[in-house]
Design a protein around this ligand. Structure first.
Ligand SMILES: Nc1ncnc2c1ncn2[C@@H]1O[C@H](COP(=O)(O)OP(=O)(O)O)[C@@H](O)[C@H]1O
Ligand SMILES: CC(=O)N[C@@H](CCC(=O)OP(=O)(O)O)C(=O)O
Length: 301
């Protein structure tokens, strides 16, 4: 420790402020959803990995579910494919599914695991296919109203799944043995085929299943915004019964829809506190957990 810190009582008070949280979350599972939009560069990813390792060393049990939407889109573009999203979900044909696996499991997961290792943690990568962690079934086609014909149309999302059951023993085996599980959001169906899952949904459902104390979603906005174009319009707290109205009014759109739906479900599923925060900001994870004021948007009952 440098002399400056030794002699500065303000530095000690940061630790003192953190003590109640360190006590409250001792041996508690903290689910961190690390969104692709928050992975702005290698340095930001390294900071997030280090903060996650810190949580482990002060006695919590962090679990990471990562996304990687922007990286998947970049890879699709390189291959001349145009991505299409319906309500925040990527329409996934077979070729896209191969890209999704390559990017999520082959690239992003291994990158996060090695960064956790570099900072002294025991990261271990799993996908929803390992030990049948996530059993899924193909999502039903999305129904939309064609405003020209006035008729209802169905859009098939392809190989996009919804979770039918979770086998979280493998996760608990890792957390019980001081490892930090890093989970890629893909699942398998009963035939053993791979399905693409939204990472927010996976984080929320696993958080409920393992009875996580907290779910923290790291993304590229300060939190839920009243005006998505104005980063100063942060909604600091929102009750779950206010959410539908914001979706109907199209204040919540795109990738924020699965995020906020996940938050609502996680609260209903027993997760005690749920937050959406800006993962691009250095140490936002620590500020959320260890400070009284917190950061981002808190979703409450
Ligand atoms: N009301 C809102 N408040 C904040 N962000 C919103 C809102 N509605 C839509 N969004 C969009 O949701 C995006 C975050 O979702 P997404 O792109 O899927 O991120 P991630 O890759 O982190 O999962 C934001 O960048 C923003 O463009
Ligand atoms: C079905 C579906 O949309 N799957 C997502 C999986 C990755 C993800 O969710 O990444 P973010 O958290 O960065 O958005 C996708 O293909 O983009």
């Amino acid at each position: 420790m440098s002399k400056k810190i030794e002699n500065d009582p303000a530095s000690a008070s940061i630790l003192v402020e953190a003590l109640p949280y360190i006590k409250r979350f001792h041996h508690k599972k903290i689910m961190i959803k690390y969104g692709g939009h928050a992975m702005i560069d290698d340095e930001a990813m390294s900071f997030t990995a280090r903060d996650t390792v810190l949580l482990k060393y002060v006695g919590m049990e962090p679990i990471v579910v990562h996304g990687g939407g922007p990286e998947i889109t970049r890879s699709m573009n390189k291959m001349g494919k145009q991505p299409k999203f319906i309500k925040g979900l990527r329409v996934t044909d077979e070729e896209t599914m191969e890209i999704v696996k390559m990017v999520l499991v082959g690239k992003i997961n291994t990158n996060i695991v090695s960064k956790i290792g570099f900072h002294g943690g025991k990261g271990v990568g799993v996908s929803g296919k390992d030990s049948e962690l996530i059993l899924a079934s193909k999502k039903a086609p999305h129904k939309i109203l064609n405003i020209v014909t006035g008729e209802e149309e169905e859009i098939d999302l392809g190989l996009v799944g919804e979770i039918s059951s979770l086998n979280t023993e493998i996760i608990e085996m890792f957390t019980d043995n001081d490892h930090i599980p890093v989970i890629s959001p893909i699942g398998i169906d009963e035939k053993g085929d791979t399905l693409n899952l939204n990472a927010d949904t996976v984080a929320g459902e696993i958080a409920s299943e393992v009875m996580a104390e907290k779910l923290i979603i790291l993304t590229d906005v300060p939190g839920l915004l009243k005006d998505p174009n104005d980063p100063n319009s942060l909604i600091k707290k929102i009750k779950i019964d206010e959410v539908d109205n914001l979706i109907e009014k199209e204040i919540i759109t795109g990738g924020m829809i699965p995020k906020i739906e996940t938050c609502v479900k996680a609260i209903e599923g027993g997760v005690k506190s749920v937050h959406i925060i800006d993962g691009r900001v250095k140490h936002s994870l620590l500020l959320e957990i260890f400070t009284t004021r917190g950061v981002g948007t808190m979703i409450t009952k």
